[in-house]
Design a binder for this molecule. Structure first.
Ligand SMILES: *[C@@H]1O[C@H](CO)[C@@H](O)[C@H](O)[C@H]1NC(C)=O
Ligand SMILES: *[C@@H]1O[C@H](CO)[C@@H](O)[C@H](O)[C@H]1NC(C)=O
Ligand SMILES: *[C@@H]1O[C@H](CO)[C@@H](O)[C@H](O)[C@H]1NC(C)=O
Ligand SMILES: *[C@@H]1O[C@H](CO)[C@@H](O)[C@H](O)[C@H]1NC(C)=O
Length: 500
């Protein structure tokens, strides 16, 4: 079996085991009309089954204390501070019946960042540790229970709702949605960390997390790859802003090889991508001075082409905890690339260059690399990913270049065209060419690039780079051209469109 087939097989095995019963349900839910089930509005249906563990110490052994609606003395015992922020953390579906290891990381990161906040872990393990459709069936009641708790805090302590933030992972994101829908008033913020997809994709807003559930709803989507018609993380945008790191599908560092080397378990591949949302959020809490930016774009393909690196009119935002609330703007899709590990943030550059076909290059299909030289550091050679297949000749091409390390102000760019001998692909191309023209020396294709216009996503600075040697702007396979900032070019708004 080749690599892709193997991956697919594993995925199907896991997904089928996890969600087999969900598949049928989803179809039914999607089709049926809304009519939410009648609910007992006292919200006490679960009667103590949901536990509210208020964390008092970073020490994991320390149990903290429990809030109980109706019991005033608990508030005092827990040191609940109604004027501070109140952050509820809500887990998702579980097979183990225990908190997963991310929970401690997230709690610790929230407490370090917001030392005065009331940090409450919502424990609905008993209802989450069931067949997936049954756990889904409990999300509404658990949400109702949380709403009742918050209502009680409002009555008892005049808890300001705008300072309430619910953070829900996977199924917990939809629990948060229900809580926001049922609470009296409007909660400040809900963050959905890769909200669950099966049985929620495509259903009406009242049955899943949606923008109306809080004043601000932000969502990270990290596992939206589909198999058997379901995706573990929901694919559709369901918040005010929806951020899709790495397009929301393949997360760096989660490839089969990477994960197997560490864990040796196929399930870990799925878990790695689904849980990545939590780790990105933890990263955003801890690395305040190195924020990751996401950029609004209509889709992943346009983003990968480098078209969407604008911050004008709120088109970019910080990710995770640092996400800024924006004017109500539903389902705004945003993208970024990340590193494979914490700190996840990297640096995005848009590069635009006009590629002239000078000689014999009609079928040259060049493979470019760029090496960036910065004030602090240089990058390795970075493959220029032409998203829709080929460099356009006699056209202006736009690329996205991502660097993992900060290099400081960009000083120099080296553009190289991979030589014939450097890849099997080009060797094969060459053999074919030579075969057809065996008695003539294959002609050397020549392209010309005079300038590269660069925009740095993180700083929004724009520069134009010109050939370092004005006489050396042509490039052939195996060669490179070096560009430095144009002398006139701290620029940059050319009055007229330059013939580049
Ligand atoms: C409660 O929180 C507010 C706001 O964070 C803070 O100013 C105040 O000192 C806190 N009170 C106590 C008793 O910790
Ligand atoms: C969901 O729970 C209700 C009771 O709360 C039950 O009547 C219903 O059959 C359950 N639905 C599913 C799909 O399990
Ligand atoms: C690009 O323009 C050159 C002339 O400037 C021409 O010879 C060549 O065929 C054009 N190539 C393409 C792909 O349009
Ligand atoms: C420069 O970048 C390399 C990777 O390209 C990295 O290993 C190195 O630590 C960086 N140096 C500094 C000073 O950031």
């Amino acid at each position: 079996m080749n690599h892709k087939a193997l991956l697919l097989w594993i995925f199907l095995q896991c997904a089928a085991a996890l969600f087999s019963s969900a598949l049928g349900e989803n179809a039914v839910l999607k089709g049926e009309d809304s009519g939410l089930d009648e609910l007992s509005t006292d919200g006490r249906a679960l009667d103590g089954a949901v536990k509210y563990n208020m964390r008092k110490s970073l020490d994991l052994e320390h149990e903290g204390c429990y809030l109980q609606a109706g019991k005033k003395d608990c508030l005092q015992e827990c040191g609940f501070n109604a004027t501070a922020k109140t952050i509820f953390i809500i887990h998702g579906w579980t097979m183990s019946g225990m908190f997963e290891s991310w929970m401690h990381k997230l709690v610790a990161a929230v407490m370090r960042r917001e030392s005065e906040a009331n940090v409450v872990v919502v424990d609905w393990i008993a209802m989450a540790q069931q067949l997936y459709p049954d756990a889904v069936n409990h999300t509404q009641n658990v949400g109702l229970d949380i709403a009742a708790m918050i209502n009680w805090l409002q009555d008892e302590q005049q808890l300001p709702l705008e300072k309430v933030h619910l953070i829900g992972y996977s199924l917990g994101a939809h629990v948060a949605g229900y809580a926001g829908m049922y609470v009296r008033g409007t909660i400040g913020r809900i963050t959905g960390l890769d909200p669950a997809g099966p049985m929620f994709e495509g259903v009406e807003e009242q049955r899943r997390l949606s923008p109306d559930d809080a004043d601000f709803v932000d969502v990270l989507h990290t596992y939206t790859r589909e198999a058997l018609g379901v995706s573990i993380g929901i694919q559709q945008p369901i918040g005010d802003i929806d951020i899709y790191p790495n397009g929301g599908d393949v997360q760096p560092g989660c490839a089969l090889g990477d994960v197997l080397a560490v864990a040796g378990n196929f399930m870990e591949v799925m878990k790695c991508e689904h849980e990545r949302a939590v780790h990105l959020f933890v990263d955003s809490l801890m690395n305040k001075d190195h924020m990751s930016f996401a950029f609004q774009c209509t889709g992943p393909d346009r983003f990968k082409k480098g078209i969407c690196l604008s911050c004008r009119k709120n088109r970019c935002n910080n990710i995770g905890y640092n996400t800024r609330k924006m004017r109500k703007r539903r389902n705004s899709k945003m993208y970024l690339k990340t590193r494979a590990d914490t700190p996840f943030g990297g640096y995005h550059y848009q590069m635009k260059m006009h590629v002239f076909n000078r000689k014999e290059a009609d079928h040259a299909d060049p493979t470019f690399h760029v090496k960036l030289y910065g004030a602090h550091n240089d990058t390795a050679n970075i493959f220029v990913d032409v998203h829709d297949g080929a460099v356009g000749l006699n056209l202006t091409n736009t690329f996205l270049v991502f660097t993992e390390d900060e290099i400081g102000d960009l000083l120099k760019i080296q553009l190289s065209w991979e030589g014939d001998s450097e890849s099997w692909n080009s060797v094969w191309k060459n053999i074919k060419k030579t075969f057809w023209s065996w008695n003539t020396k294959p002609p050397k294709p020549v392209l010309e690039v005079r300038r590269i216009r660069v925009k740095a996503g993180e700083t929004q600075k724009k520069f134009t780079f010109c050939a370092q040697d004005p006489g050396k702007t042509e490039i052939s396979p195996g060669e490179s051209v070096t560009f430095v900032k144009c002398r006139d070019g701290w620029e940059v708004k050319p009055r007229k469109r330059l013939p580049m």
